[in-house]
Design a protein around this ligand. Structure first.
Ligand code: ASP
Length: 342
């Protein structure tokens, strides 16, 4: 860890809040004073620099243009630092982590996102531990090589592959889970890395993708879903791809009108991806009769991908104007560890 350098990028979120001494209202604190809030940082033998967005945001306002800004910051500073810590609100952190994992092709350095449930300026904050350990992880090296050369989320003593995470709790400090992929590390008395699950560096040159395409609709199945509703979602103007959120292992009602609408959408060149509503487990089209027809229509089975990774992967892939077959092949193949080969 000695002689390591880490750039901390503050985008916003609860973590950067302190209470105003007069009014008691929570307000963003000046990131130049990071070590005033966390004096422990001075004890690190790591060179730390910080960069704060001019207007920090609640992560509910996160969007692809800010992802583009973020990847540009990483790109610009890539050779200067050993790792990056992005402080981010927890609400959309799983989306940002997933998006960055696709936009930063050939990433060979750690990009660790973290945040907190309680502001850094409150006594019981979880933010201090989260920042301190995220920095340690971003700086960690073994034989001169970064230990975690990928986009990851550190939260409440656990490190997760970013594009495998979901925010699962709005109350508990343990806000994230990675139901379909093991933790990359656990922080107890020791920081224990699970090396076998961490991506290996490919030593290729970083290739940054700035563009995304958000012309995607989401259709969540529910008992009683109506033909009119499905038609309006599938026909929405400019829609290029649809994520079907299905039951269990990828099942949907077998009603003729529904299958006909899917068929029509595919015929019109729209991409349809099948992702499960379940928190854990995989889509297996063809396992039940209720998904066999979806498979026959050419709907793409999302296997064990999260909704967050599926939507950001589509945003990324749609930019390349691929044919249905090419896009299908890319979607079911892992780009940065987001999907297991079926
Ligand atoms: N609403 C906040 C945000 O996502 C919650 C948090 O910071 O964790 O920005």
């Amino acid at each position: 860890m000695k002689n390591s350098s880490v750039l901390i990028i503050y985008t916003g979120g609860t973590i950067g809040m302190v209470s105003d001494p007069l009014s008691g209202i929570l307000k963003p604190f000046n990131f130049k004073n990071l070590s005033k809030e966390i004096p422990e940082l001075k004890k690190f033998k790591i060179k730390l620099d910080s960069f704060s967005f001019a207007k920090p945001i609640d992560s509910s306002n996160m969007n692809p243009s800010i992802w583009s800004d973020l990847v540009k910051i990483v790109e610009k500073n890539y050779d200067k630092y050993d790792g990056f810590v992005i402080l981010h609100g927890s609400d959309t952190m799983a989306y940002t982590a997933s998006a960055l994992s696709f936009m930063l092709e050939n990433l060979n350095k750690p990009v660790i996102l973290t945040g907190s449930q309680l502001p850094i300026g409150t006594i019981r904050t979880d933010g201090k531990e989260n920042i301190i350990t995220a920095i340690e992880i971003a700086a960690a090296k073994q034989n001169g090589k970064p230990v975690v050369p990928e986009v990851a989320i550190y939260f409440e003593y656990a490190l997760y592959r970013g594009n495998r995470t979901k925010k699962v709790n709005a109350e508990h400090f343990q806000a994230f889970a990675s139901p379909n992929y093991p933790k990359l590390a656990e922080a107890g008395v020791h920081l224990k890395f699970n090396h076998e699950y961490i991506r290996k560096p490919n030593n290729k040159k970083l290739n940054v993708h700035y563009q995304t395409n958000s012309n995607i609709a989401v259709l969540k199945m529910f008992p009683g879903i109506t033909e009119n509703y499905v038609r309006s979602v599938l026909n929405a103007h400019h829609t290029k791809a649809i994520i079907l959120e299905t039951f269990g292992s990828g099942n949907a009602p077998t009603e003729k009108w529904l299958l006909n609408l899917f068929k029509k959408a595919i015929h019109e060149g729209k991409i349809i991806v099948n992702v499960t509503q379940c928190i854990a487990g995989s889509v297996e089209q063809g396992k039940y009769q209720t998904s066999t027809e979806l498979k026959k229509l050419g709907i793409i089975g999302g296997n064990d991908i999260t909704f967050e990774a599926a939507i950001t992967k589509l945003m990324h892939l749609l930019v390349f104007q691929l044919s249905y077959t090419q896009l299908k092949k890319k979607f079911v193949t892992s780009i940065s560890g987001e999907i297991t080969k079926s």
